[in-house]
Ligand binder design. Sequence first.
Ligand SMILES: [Fe+2]
Length: 129
Amino acid sequence: MENPRFDLMLISLQRAVLGHAWFEDQIFLPAFEAEPLLESRFVKEISQEHKDLDHLLKLLRKTHLAKRMEMEFTSTQFKALLTTHLLKEEDGLFPLTERILDEEGMNNLGAEMERRKMDVIKIFPPVKE
Ligand SMILES: [Fe+2]
């Protein structure tokens, strides 16, 4: 039996992924543009994965629930990419950025992200049922 909320759940998931990507692509990653090692090893890959995750969610939203095999393949691919993406950030990107920025730099970056929190809510407003 189909869950009537499935499409809303996908929209909500897409909003969370796009909000995550926006914060990192617009605020977090540009703070490390002057670091060529980080840029070449992480930044481009992380940004590309944000686009890939969005693409897979769009594909899921376009796929009719009756196409179970296609839905299963795409959702499995999405889950695998999201899991590795978040691990890459937690185990690789974030520890390395902590070595690059001093405490004041990290505090400034955190303050900037806090300051622009309302921007992301305006760009990706909450889903209304
Ligand atoms: Fe990310």
